[in-house]
Design a protein around this ligand. Structure first.
Ligand SMILES: Cc1ncc(COP(=O)(O)O)c(C=O)c1O
Length: 361
């Protein structure tokens, strides 16, 4: 289906795009958390954004894979942790278009969900290399060069799928939300909470709020190092995305810059580092499951929900608030049954035999 933004501004339909997901994603009230937190809490069910795989990467991939197809790409090359949801999404949707994926992986704490994603790489035939963080650019260059030498046309998908073009998908998500709120007769949420990783989700949401003129503050709970994601990196990405939109359709109404009161980054929930479960995240995952049957995890959504809970107790909201659930809830077990793991390098396969880091979630 055509993204709401492209439908509303047909001049933007020149942007590269391929339909992958199931949009609009449902908007629901969370009865349990609303009662517990004495605040009207809604959830945007990005967890069911696609049939083969959900989560927040699908909107980005619609544009990234649109661009890949436009150049006739025959291989996708991307990077991420060994449990990267972004890499799983890229591999699954790339496969659906007949484009295989190669990955440059870095280690991260081996929780049960991380191990599931390693098996998912095997099931989708992802090949690649495991390396240390500082050598990632070198290994990407090597994979690109090797792919070209073997006659392929590689397309590089950036970390977390965050690029100015991919961010258009998240601007569109705000227009989608606005249409749903209008249909239900609901006011703009006072705040929209989501995890802040590579930044495309929060940048697109903030730009969308500014462009659509919504009366909402976007709150990104940072789950990666401050060097990688912060207020400045998010605003830069939002500006670059706005420039793409304005360039593609000069008849577009002017896009205002994201105001101070439209974007806030919440720090203090990362813990020991990316992917390390924190007590607060574990507690939030449990609470969400117990009271609203929300299936979260501890790397992104658990940390984000913990940040949201504390933020609401420190600054009570007067209007409803929204949690954007960015983690896929699609069951991969059928896909995993056929997993041979043959495509994976031996050191990635060996990670499955290492002890699992408990997150009790
Ligand atoms: C479940 C989940 N939530 C949130 C994020 C972060 O989104 P972004 O990278 O756009 O900041 C990711 C990124 O990998 C993710 O997998």
């Amino acid at each position: 289906m055509e993204p709401t933004l492209l439908h509303q501004f047909p001049g933007l339909s020149k942007l590269p795009h391929v339909s992958l997901g199931a949009f609009p994603t449902p908007l629901e009230r969370l009865d349990g958390l609303s009662t517990r937190w004495s605040t009207e809490v809604y959830v945007k069910r990005e967890d069911v954004s696609g049939v083969p795989y959900g989560g927040n990467k699908v909107r980005k991939l619609e544009f990234l894979l649109g661009a890949a197809r436009r150049i006739g790409a025959t291989r996708l090359i991307s990077i991420g942790g060994v449990g990267s949801n972004h890499l799983v999404a890229t591999a699954i949707y790339g496969e659906s278009l007949g484009i295989p994926t190669s990955a440059v992986w870095v280690r991260q704490p081996l929780t049960a969900k991380v191990k599931t994603n390693i098996r998912a790489f095997g099931a989708t035939g992802v090949s690649g290399v495991l390396c240390s963080y500082p050598t990632v650019p070198l290994h990407v260059s090597l994979l690109v060069a090797r792919s070209r030498l073997s006659g392929e046309r590689p397309y590089f998908v950036p970390a977390g799928g965050s690029s100015p073009l991919a961010t258009v998908g998240w601007v569109s998500a705000v227009f989608e939300l606005r249409a749903q709120l209008a249909a239900l007769g609901l006011a703009d949420p006072e705040r929209i909470y989501a995890p802040l990783g590579s930044g495309g989700t929060i940048a697109g949401l903030a730009l969308g709020v500014a462009f659509a003129g919504m009366d909402s503050e976007v709150v990104g709970v940072r789950v990666v190092s401050r060097l990688l994601a912060n207020d400045a990196t998010v605003r830069r990405l939002a500006r670059a995305c706005a420039a793409i939109l304005a360039r593609r359709d000069p008849t577009l109404p002017p896009i205002p810059p994201v105001r101070r009161d439209q974007l806030r980054v919440v720090n203090g929930y990362l813990g020991r580092g990316y992917g390390h479960p924190t007590d607060a995240a574990i507690a939030a995952v449990r609470e969400a499951r117990e009271v609203d049957n929300l299936q979260l995890e501890t790397t992104y959504t658990g940390k984000a929900l913990a940040g949201m809970r504390d933020d609401l107790s420190q600054r009570p909201a007067r209007r409803p608030v929204l949690f954007w659930n960015t983690f896929s809830s699609v069951d991969l077990s059928a896909r995993l049954k056929s997993a041979t793991l043959d495509s994976l390098p031996a050191d990635v396969r060996a990670l499955l035999d290492e002890p699992t880091v408990a997150d009790w979630s």
